[in-house]
Write a protein that binds this ligand. Sequence first.
Ligand SMILES: NC(=O)c1ccc[n+]([C@@H]2O[C@H](COP(=O)([O-])OP(=O)(O)OC[C@H]3O[C@@H](n4cnc5c(N)ncnc54)[C@H](O)[C@@H]3O)[C@@H](O)[C@H]2O)c1
Length: 268
Amino acid sequence: MHDMSAYALDGMTAVVTGAGSGIGRSTALQMASAGANIVVAELEHDTAEETAEMIRRLGQHVLVAVTDVTNVESVQAMMAAGIDEFGGIDVLVNNVGGLGPRPRKTTIVELELTEWESLLRLNLTSQFICCKAFITYLIDTARKGNIVNIASLAALVPYETSVVYGAAKAGVVSMTQTLAAEYGKHGIRVNCIAPGHVRTPIPEALYKAREELRAAQRSIIPLGRWGEPDELGRLAVFLASDASSYVTGQTIVASGGMTYFLTKLPQG
Ligand SMILES: NC(=O)c1ccc[n+]([C@@H]2O[C@H](COP(=O)([O-])OP(=O)(O)OC[C@H]3O[C@@H](n4cnc5c(N)ncnc54)[C@H](O)[C@@H]3O)[C@@H](O)[C@H]2O)c1
């Protein structure tokens, strides 16, 4: 007789930011499959509703909260709505991030300060805003909880023509360590996932019609392929569950074994 209950999220409520697409959507679905109620905290109403419908089909409870994670009031309203709906929040997955609405890869010489600031806000400040709101709530209510931050392999190795993305994601890794050290005594765990290449819409579009580049990129991945969003979602479930109850402050690289990026990437 096997008891796998430590791997489940039964009775827990998880906020997943950016759950309308890619890794966020898969994480929300995997967490729902593991038994959690989900708050879909997403900027785009229509894609948020699509994710919510998928969760309902799994027989789980879901709340759509149209949220801008770069905005303090919006995040506070989303948390309040989740607490009101489900009686509490146990897990925060800080998934929003990326290269922004007009993805382009540039050197520091070409990068404008406004672009630097907006990508820092999307990738790092957003996670500060969500962590601050969630940890404040946990401390105020003497509740245990845990956080899974999504960074990138780019936080740990150079990713040429992405100076701000790498810097912001390195900030996510550092914030994960600091918050884990500060709040471990309150029973709050904070961990991080650093994905390599994952088959989500934006990287798919960047590599579209560049099959030679995709093949070259695959050739440096020991597992020989990009990751699937569900594979990241399952790792997030593990980090959110009691199965990882003695793990905090850690960044787990999920890159199929890839340890560096090819530098000649498509220019946007
Ligand atoms: N896909 C990859 O290969 C890869 C690799 C490394 C790291 N990552 C990281 O994983 C995370 C998810 O990546 P993805 O490729 O699944 O992204 P995605 O672009 O497919 O999804 C991001 C979602 O976030 C939402 N969003 C954007 N701004 C928002 C805001 N201000 N407030 C709320 N929601 C907002 C978008 O509407 C979208 O639904 C990002 O942090 C990204 O940097 C991805």
